[in-house]
Design a protein around this ligand. Structure first.
Ligand code: SF4
Length: 326
């Protein structure tokens, strides 16, 4: 470890002032403390925001759901409204990390967590995300778990959050508060693809704080669920995953919301698959046809070509689970 200052704040204004001066926000600390121990992250100033009043799950005026940034993953997963309205979110949270981590980690921290690329965490390896301009050891190294979608020459790391995949599928927004006021960003704009600046992962301005993640109201009934495929059945990151939400009325698919994880540099939405489904009647044949489009645009690396077929099968299976097989 190395020296840093630690301040605990009790109100939002105090937090924003500290953030504007360059302080790094910390709550559950389940990612940041690990990275500090490994000297991958070296913040000079930490601002503990655990006591801020951002720990509620509320129904919005329009019938959506607002999950406070400091709600613990386990609390969100168990919340009656989340479980009954958006099971895809509960399932994604329950399939994340370990029970101990889910009890500590917050929703805001979960979507901010950094990649599990082993080269990123090895301070002796070249990594443009950790040290801009140093290169990318994963490109020529062992890249079995890396991304096949949304990659750039500079970085091919996947985004590790399962909950973020569910939020992306449901087209959630991220509510922010900063020194210049409040704003909301669509989930798709909040997390950034690597491009030539993989060290910049979110569209946050200096000192901005996540206050909540908001899921818009979707037409009812909405059936949804999350499938995670990994090397072992617990405490492991996704090789592929699929968050699927379907609104089926009168035997016809009226709305389809789908995103995948473990394959993209950000949670990867599948608009062409969604379009293929809307207006159609559920059938095994339809699920298979739609899933064929899941890996469109993929650019596999030396060791992860298998993800193309695995992704298609993951999406097909989860469409079948959520939408039925008739
Ligand atoms: Fe770093 Fe990204 Fe390359 Fe991993 S894939 S070594 S995070 S630049």
């Amino acid at each position: 470890m190395y020296p840093f200052t630690f301040t605990k704040v009790s109100d939002t204004r105090e937090a924003l002032n500290a953030g504007r001066r360059g302080g790094r926000y910390i709550a559950g600390g389940t990612t940041l403390v690990d990275l500090m121990r490994e000297t991958v992250e070296r913040p000079e100033s930490l601002v503990d925001i655990s006591d801020l009043p951002l720990r509620e799950v509320t129904v919005t005026e329009r019938g959506g759901l607002r999950i406070g940034a400091l709600v613990r993953m386990a609390e969100a997963a168990a919340h009656t409204k989340v479980r009954t309205t958006y099971p895809v979110v509960s399932e994604a949270l329950e399939l994340s990390a370990s029970a101990q981590l889910r009890n500590m980690a917050t929703i805001g921290g979960n979507i901010m967590q950094r990649t599990r690329c082993t080269y990123f965490r090895d301070v002796t390896a070249a990594c443009n995300k950790r040290e801009p301009g140093s290169g990318c050891a994963a490109r020529e190294g062992y890249n079995r778990t890396h991304a096949i979608l949304g990659t750039s020459d500079a970085c091919v790391a996947t985004h590790p959050s399962d909950a973020a995949v569910a939020f992306a599928a449901l087209e959630a927004t991220v509510n922010l508060m900063g020194p210049d006021g409040e704003r909301s960003l669509p989930f798709a704009d909040f997390l950034l693809r690597p491009g030539s600046t993989p060290d910049r992962e979110q569209a946050l301005r200096r000192g901005e704080l996540i206050t909540s993640v908001e899921i818009p109201a979707h037409p009812r009934p909405l059936k949804s669920g999350y499938l995670k495929v990994r090397d072992r059945q617990s405490y492991e990151f996704a090789l592929t995953s699929a968050a699927v939400a379907l609104h089926i009325r009168g035997g016809v698919i009226r709305e389809a919301k789908i995103a995948t994880g473990g394959v993209g540099t950000v949670p990867w939405k599948l608009p062409t698959v969604e379009q293929h489904l809307v207006g159609e009647r559920p059938s095994a044949r339809l699920w298979a046809q739609a899933a064929e489009r899941a890996a469109d645009g993929a650019r596999p690396l030396a060791h992860n070509r298998f993800k193309i077929a695995l992704l298609k099968r993951t999406v097909e299976r989860q469409l079948r689970t959520v939408g039925g097989t008739k």
